[in-house]
Design a protein around this ligand. Structure first.
Ligand code: BEZ
Length: 233
């Protein structure tokens, strides 16, 4: 656990809970995992990951402040922040840079691009959080995190994740599409096919009943069927 060395100042870092009883070893988080809880300083004040339960959260890392690709990502995310809010989804960014670097970068973004980044950016100067979340490999000697994105549901479970290289920015429309798909899957109980977009039908879950397989109207209809809107189960 990292800590600030000023006496009387709150210590931040990983939070040990029943869900996360282990010491903060580097992890390879997977879909279905609950990420380890942490408390940290951020651009909106101290925050704790577990306080973001009961709504969706996109938790993402970026390699460094004041870099070109990251700047374009944050400008686009800030411009489209209302679209995430409309989906009851919070955004939380994380990098190795200090809180004061984050502040300076956000000030530059506001002055240069006329947009205010109001979602929190966590500081992780020792990478204890990035390593525990698997955003930095244990053997990496580079302090920069890659562009990892976790889509975390209201129960605190990772439902999807992406990983982009430092050299390539994330697609904000794709982040919104993934969120829409996950929310539609939960609301309707179906499956999102390739290239699904909001308004498209979901697919039904395939039957597990042989009589339905033999009774289906054609060779594929028992496992590949569109659901009627709002009725995917
Ligand atoms: C960028 O965001 O532009 C970037 C970050 C780290 C390494 C290279 C590029």
């Amino acid at each position: 656990m990292y800590m600030y060395c000023f006496p009387g100042v709150k210590r931040y870092g990983l939070v040990m809970t029943d869900e996360n009883p282990q010491s903060p070893v580097p992890s390879g988080l997977r879909i279905g995992d609950v990420p380890p809880d942490f408390e940290a300083r951020s651009t909106i004040g101290p925050i704790q990951l577990s306080e973001y339960r009961e709504r969706w959260l996109i938790l993402f890392s970026h390699p460094a402040d004041f870099t070109p690709v990251c700047t374009t990502e944050f400008v686009e995310l800030a411009r489209r922040a209302e679209e995430f809010e409309a989906r009851e989804c919070a955004l939380m960014a994380l990098s190795v840079d200090s809180l004061f670097s984050h502040f300076a970068w956000l000030r530059m973004i506001r002055d240069r691009f006329d947009v205010e980044v109001r979602f929190p950016i966590v500081e992780d100067p020792t990478l204890v959080i990035g390593r525990a979340l698997g955003m930095v490999a244990p053997t990496d000697n580079d302090s920069a995190t890659v562009r990892t994105t976790f889509f975390i549901d209201p129960a605190g479970v990772i439902r999807a994740m992406t990983c982009y290289p430092a050299s390539m920015g994330r697609s904000i429309p794709e982040m919104l599409r993934m969120l829409d798909a996950l929310q539609a899957i939960d609301a309707q109980g179906g499956l999102a096919p390739a290239n699904w977009h909001p308004g498209d039908p979901l697919l039904k879950l395939p039957t597990q009943n042989l009589d339905e397989v033999f009774g289906a109207k054609d060779a594929a209809d028992w496992f590949l069927r569109e659901a009627r809107k709002g009725k995917a189960k």
